[in-house]
Design a protein around this ligand. Structure first.
Ligand code: FE2
Ligand code: FE2
Length: 835
């Protein structure tokens, strides 16, 4: 066949193309066919775009049932050892049963063994299919003699259900491995009123095709997850290996990861101050976490004896003992010399006077030696600062000599003198260089790894943890703007961990107050970032960490006031609040006084449920006050830990009751600073956002731009974690004059919406990270708080998840469209709300 024929043009010359009259095209495919083609295309895209295994599994079984109109379906997966089939999803419409997957209902059925008594288990239809890779299509399981259906029969007897037609299909991945089995039950003839019928052959082909697509998607999803798990496990094992090198720094890396992530998450939670515009998304948090895990990886080349050098004389072993023994030897030499000179004096007939003088000289020499020995030993202590005088004295001792076997030797060798003269700590200049080398080695090692794009800055962050703002750090001497925030966070974490570590050989565990003080000096000297420092202290994060990690005897009084700058404090009732208000104002609180308890209750409830979980409420500990509290308790999920009771003379009963209800505490008026500070810190640290409501977002709107329709048509924000869905929406809306913007997850969507004006938001529901429901609630809360007109908020729901549409409306969406959706469907919905 020639090329022309291959192209379907045959031998006749091509006709001149004639343009169609617009709007007259009759598609070769029927509407039904087109609908199904669209649907399969959407399923294919959804399968390849789904990263959540549970949702993927649920989607598979749902689509298979939809294709065949099956009343029930079960999805089994071959277990890791390939010995069993595990039940993973179970659905039955008639019996209203949904188990496994996103349903949250666990399946308690025992797995199906693939082998029984050493033989292939062919009696069970699902294991038979998993073993043979055959498709089994049975018209009525009660009449089947090939397989054992006692299980379904028993189920039917107990429930009144009738299991009849069954289709069992293997899920074979791209490597031809069977990874699971799809079992569909009771195909219904919808046109005939839903009676049970056989699974028709044309549907079998479609399900088999779906099963193989699904298997490939599942394998891909599992592979990605396995690779990620492997990567993290590998990193952790390297971190552990580094820490194993030194028993003294064990846990350092783990703890630096913890502190870094605590700071980053706190930055995400706050909406005021220097970090109000900073938000780390999920990828950036992961990037920071990895950087913290890997920050000391360069220590793999650092010799242990340098890392663990506990005293100045330590090399591979501590030479202090050697020096001590040498001084003992010198002492013996002096005594021997003394005895020898006395023997000589006796031989020459010296009298008692002369002998006594020799003894006295000896005693003086021994006394001097003993003092020198003690001084040398004290110089070996890392805590001893070596002043110029001490160094001079040491040098004097070092140059002294003693004689052994006719050989003259110095009291201290050159290297011993060098080490003992270290002014601060235990390291000489060259040893310090060896230690400092680890930071550049971290950079060198990590820059050789091909990190994916979203983690590309790990080498930079990890290797910059010893850089200082003033440029005096290492390895590059970076300063100010050259230092990314992530590196500044890790620097504070690294230093605070090292200061407070309770297991270092060369120092006693430091009291918390001293660590905080040193951190303060480092801020003043521009060694660490002042804003990260302030956040770490004023938010009470340092105390939160200390409570987890430090020895109780490290705790002492630390003079760090609680930071209430972002908090509204409502004081209900009447009383002498002078001291209380003065203190709260000093700490930056925004005060509201409400003498009427009824109004205070209303204001409190109103604030909760919009976006003010930051509110702290002071309530009188009298009958009326307790009544108010009990009414607040009835509000499910109310943040009780933000309530403080007050009274002139609170009694034990008040305190006990407050504790039982989970309140922040009870204070006595006039307020004592220490008591109030403890309560404020417990609120600040105990604050947990109710699901999906990020109060930080509520205030973000202050900076919202009102750029409505400035440059053309209505603006639509499209929020979905599937690139395919974003692409489809863009394609479907392309010929309309909409200005489109995109976000990949709920948090990004809320951020975008609260910063710029949009006439509509189209957002998926089951998004990774902050899901669409939470994002919808946050958007509505923000609108309430900032008195913004509610935006039409359209959900893209998953049709395979029951009640997804209703759930979206409950969460604050305006309307919804199910996946898969067609262009006319989407346009109709969009145009209903936007013109
Ligand atoms: Fe380091
Ligand atoms: Fe470190």
């Amino acid at each position: 066949m020639g090329d022309d024929e291959k192209q379907g043009q045959g031998t006749t010359p091509p006709e001149k193309p004639v343009a169609c009259v617009p709007g007259t095209r009759v598609d070769r495919l029927s509407a039904f066919q087109l609908y199904h083609l669209n649907k399969y295309a959407e399923i294919g895209m959804a399968l390849s775009g789904e990263a959540n295994v549970n949702r993927l599994l649920e989607m598979i079984i749902h689509e298979a049932r939809a294709i065949t109109d099956a009343d029930a379906g079960t999805l089994y997966l071959v277990n890791e050892d390939a010995t069993h089939l595990d039940f993973v999803i179970l659905q039955n419409d008639t019996m209203n049963t949904r188990m496994g997957g996103t349903s949250g209902v666990e399946i308690n059925l025992p797995p199906v063994p693939l082998m029984v008594d050493g033989k292939a288990n062919r009696s069970n239809v699902s294991s038979h299919v998993a073993l043979t890779g055959e498709i089994v299509n049975i018209a009525d399981v009660y009449e089947s003699e090939e397989f054992d259906f006692t299980g379904p029969r028993k189920y039917d007897e107990a429930t009144g259900y009738r299991s009849k037609s069954m289709l069992v299909i293997p899920m074979r991945n791209h490597e031809n491995d069977i990874i699971g089995v799809l079992q569909l039950l009771n195909a219904q003839d919808i046109a005939a009123g839903g009676c049970i019928t056989e699974f028709s052959d044309d549907r079998v082909v479609l399900v088999a095709s779906l099963a193989s697509q699904a298997a490939a998607a599942l394998t891909k999803t599992r592979l990605i997850k396995d690779l990620k798990d492997l990567f993290y496990a590998f990193i952790k094992s390297i971190a552990n290996a580094i820490e194993e090198k030194s028993p003294y720094t064990g846990g350092h890396i783990n703890r630096v990861v913890d502190i870094s992530m605590m700071i980053a998450r706190r930055i995400n939670e706050i909406d005021d101050g220097p970090f109000s515009e900073v938000h780390f998304n999920e990828d950036e948090l992961e990037e920071l976490k990895l950087s913290a895990w890997l920050h000391d990886i360069g220590k793999i080349i650092t010799p242990e004896w340098v890392v663990d050098k506990a005293s100045k004389l330590q090399t591979i072993y501590d030479r202090a003992e050697l020096v001590a023994l040498r001084f003992d030897l010198i002492s013996k030499c002096i005594e021997t010399e003394c005895l020898a000179s006395k023997a000589e004096q006796l031989a020459l007939g010296a009298g008692p006077q002369a002998l006594a003088e020799t003894d006295a000289r000896c005693a003086d020499a021994l006394q001097e030696l003993s003092e020198e020995r003690a001084f040398v030993m004290s110089c070996n202590e890392p805590g001893e600062f070596m002043s110029d005088e001490r160094i001079e004295r040491l040098k004097g001792i070092a140059t002294k000599t003693y004689e052994v076997n006719g050989e003259e030797r110095p009291y201290l060798t050159e290297n011993e003198l060098l080490n003992l003269c270290i002014r601060k700590g235990t390291l000489t200049g060259s040893e310090r260089e060896i230690i400092e080398d680890h930071a550049s080695m971290t950079g060198t090692m990590l820059s050789e790894l091909p990190f994916p794009k979203k983690l590309s800055r790990v080498p930079e962050y990890a290797s910059s943890h010893h850089e200082k703002l003033d440029g005096s750090g290492y390895p590059q001497g970076l300063k100010d703007d050259d230092l990314p925030l992530q590196a500044r966070i890790m620097a504070v974490a690294d230093i605070f961990e090292a200061l407070t570590a309770k297991d270092r050989p060369y120092k006693k565990p430091m009291p918390l107050s001293q660590a905080v003080k040193i951190l303060g000096f480092m801020k003043k000297d521009r060694h660490i970032d002042p804003e990260v420092h302030d956040l770490f202290l004023s938010s009470g994060l340092f105390r939160e960490y200390a409570e987890m990690e430090l020895n109780p005897d490290q705790f002492d009084e630390v003079d760090v006031p609680p930071d209430l700058t972002m908090r509204t404090v409502l004081i209900a009732g009447v009383g002498d609040f002078e001291a209380l208000t003065e203190r709260l104002l000093t700490w930056g609180a925004d005060l509201e006084l409400e003498p009427s308890l009824g109004k205070a209750e209303l204001a409190t409830i109103e604030a909760y449920g919009t976006c003010k979980p930051y509110r702290i409420v002071f309530i009188p500990a009298d009958d009326q006050g307790w009544k108010l509290v009990s009414q607040l308790v009835d509000n499910e999920g109310f943040p009780m830990h933000s309530l403080v009771m007050f009274s002139d003379a609170p009694d034990d009963e008040d305190r006990l009751y407050a504790q039982t209800l989970g309140l922040a505490g009870v204070i006595a008026l006039p307020a004592q600073e220490q008591e109030l500070s403890a309560v404020a810190f417990s609120i600040v640290n105990g604050h947990r956002y109710s699901e999906g409501v990020n109060p930080a977002l509520c205030l973000m709107g202050k900076a919202r731009l009102r750029a409505k329709n400035e440059d053309g048509g209505p603006s639509i924000l499209v929020v979905d974690d599937s690139a395919n869905t974003r692409m489809l929406v863009k394609y479907y809306l392309a010929d309309k004059h909409y200005r489109l913007a995109f976000a990949e997850n709920g948090r990004g969507g809320v951020e975008a919406y609260t910063k710029s004006h949009f006439d509509m938001v189209i957002m998926g529901t089951h998004l990774t990270g902050m899901d669409g429901f939470a994002a919808a609630r946050a958007i509505r809360n923000w609108e309430g708080e900032s008195k913004t007109q509610p935006v039409p908020l359209l959900a893209i729901t998953a049709h395979y998840i029951p009640d997804d549409g209703q759930r979206s409306l409950d969460a604050g969406y305006t309307d919804y469209i199910e996946r898969p959706f067609t262009k006319p469907k989407l346009l109709k919905l969009v145009e209903q709300y936007i013109r």
